[in-house]
Design a protein around this ligand. Structure first.
Ligand code: TYD
Ligand code: MG
Length: 495
């Protein structure tokens, strides 16, 4: 008999309570707590108890192996299911691990279904069975997308199964019948599980009620990860991030799965980034870069993107070589300051860390001589990219100061370095990598923290400019002549 732990989960905020209460103490909503039974120690059940299916059991630790010296552990025991889509494999750390559960989160419309259909098509094309369970779209809609992506070829379509179903029990049954190597559920918000299957009471609701509610999501996710562990298939679960942020999305389910991936981007830009947030089998540093085209997602070759050194310098736009795993991307940080109200000036960050931005504004005031208390400050990263490492501090500070003074760096300049609370510029990791990538893509001069030039190959040293403090970097900002486009009519003010 499987042991389980009973808790009560709030449908509104997802908070867990040990006992039932009429009102959620976390968010104050009345009558929102629902009973939730989570199997205790799923892994031990896999080893001890009878499996759902007699398929191979994933993970190197299956069937009670004794402890052994670390050098004797056979690494070939950890098999992978490579997807042959390089950008996806890079983020997963070489492919899906059999028996693992993966949560893919992202805004609605960002391209999750497209990405997974391409993954399904690639695996099916290589002869691996895939079951694509769609709770949001009809089977015909799924097929239409697959045709648009050119995935309905002979070998792919015989191994790729589609099931349009919202009842998770049916999905589990079909998965057990077909025994695919990969099961995709798109999306978990629209799936539901009747009260019988988990022994948990769906208090006060019919079995179809509460779809997308916290307790339902957790119950569905734990059933799916148990299925993965028991049968050895990899299970991908799609979760939308809601407008409010995270509620119905990944946060609630993160601890139930092995890997959490986020698919990000700006709906108005073509670029998309696949990022690992949690990965029990690999690094979370790597990212996958894609662009959305008319026939699906294409990998982006960052190596081909070059700096436009002939472009007019614009105040508040600074180029920074930023590290993402084994890659170095050139990002453009854009700043803007505008008159605001003293005491309630706005600070808005898109693509950089908001808390870090507040700190840099304070450092600019204290050590850079800027007065920003009555200025609204906006910072964003071009192309919908997100750069969260401290190596971009110096570029962010220069973007704000440049916007404030109407100044810019000499065209073709790239900047990196961390800024400390005392106004010093501290060395950033991977200096050599950043410098060589920036120069290779057309940068002519690199501004970097004092003391880091010696880490760089001698041949490049002539192009480096070291700055010990933030003020030294600020003094490199040059006035930008405001030019009106030639032949453009002057603005008329009508009386
Ligand atoms: P979709 O994968 O359905 O997003 P999600 O599952 O995350 O909600 O696709 C999102 C958008 O991508 C949709 O508005 C249409 C667009 N799109 C393309 O531009 N090219 C394509 O080849 C496909 C399939 C979709
Ligand atoms: Mg979708």
């Amino acid at each position: 008999m499987a042991r389980s732990r009973t808790s009560f989960v709030c449908d509104e905020c997802g908070a867990t309570q040990a006992q039932w209460m009429g009102r959620c103490p976390d968010c104050g909503t009345w009558d929102s707590l629902a009973q939730f039974k989570e199997p205790l120690d799923a892994a031990s059940e896999v080893r001890g108890g009878p499996g759902i299916a007699s398929g191979p059991v994933g993970g190197p630790e299956a069937t009670g192996t004794p402890a052994c010296p670390i050098h004797e552990i056979d690494l070939t025991d950890l098999p992978r299911i490579p997807t042959s889509i390089e950008e996806v494999d890079r983020v997963l750390g070489g492919g899906f691990v059999p028996g693992s559960s993966i949560l893919l989160g992202g805004d609605p419309g960002i391209g999750k279904s497209t990405l997974l259909m391409q993954v399904a098509g690639a695996l099916a094309g290589a002869g691996d069975g895939v079951l694509y369970a769609s709770s949001e779209e009809s089977a015909a809609q799924v097929r239409m997308r697959a045709e648009r992506l050119g995935l309905c070829g002979e070998e792919a379509s015989s191994a790729l199964y589609v099931l349009a179903e919202t009842d998770l029990t049916r999905v589990l049954q079909e998965a057990l019948r077909l025994k695919p190597r990969l099961l995709i559920l798109d999306s978990i918000q629209m799936a539901w599980l009747g009260s019988g299957s988990n022994g948990g009471a769906d208090r006060g609701r019919g079995s179809g009620g509460g779809t997308g509610a916290a307790a339902q999501l957790r119950r569905c996710a734990s059933e799916l990860s148990l299925l993965a562990k028991k049968t050895g298939m990899a299970v991908v679960i799609v979760g939308h991030v809601t407008k409010e942020g995270t509620l119905a999305g990944p946060k609630l389910l993160e601890h139930l799965v092995d890997v959490v991936l986020a698919f990000e981007g700006d709906q108005h830009h073509r670029h998309r980034i696949l990022r690992g947030i949690k990965n029990r089998f690999g690094s979370t540093q790597e990212i996958g870069l894609f662009q959305m085209a008319s026939d699906g997602l294409e990998p982006v070759n960052e190596q081909l993107v070059r700096l436009d050194t002939e472009a007019q310098p614009s105040p508040g736009a600074i180029i920074v070589p930023t590290l993402a795993g084994s890659r170095c991307l050139l990002a453009e940080i854009q700043g803007l300051t505008a008159t605001g109200f003293l005491g309630s000036a706005k600070r808005r960050a898109a693509g950089v860390d908001a808390a870090r931005l507040a700190m840099l504004i304070a450092v600019l005031e204290k050590h850079g001589g800027l007065r920003l208390a009555d200025q609204d400050v906006f910072v964003s990263v071009a192309g919908g990219l997100r750069v969260l490492e401290p190596g971009v501090d110096l570029a962010t500070s220069l973007a704000i100061a440049g916007a404030h003074y109407g100044r810019s760096l000499e065209p073709g300049t790239a900047v990196f370095g961390e800024v400390t609370l005392s106004g010093a510029v501290r060395p950033a990791a991977g200096a050599q990598h950043r410098v060589s990538e920036a120069l290779r893509r057309g940068a002519r001069r690199i501004v970097l923290p004092a003391g880091q030039a010696e880490e760089i190959d001698a041949e490049h040293r002539g192009r480096l400019h070291e700055v010990p403090r933030l003020v030294d970097a600020l003094s490199l900002l040059e006035p930008v002549a405001r030019q009106s486009p030639e032949g453009a009519p002057a603005l008329q003010t009508t009386p």
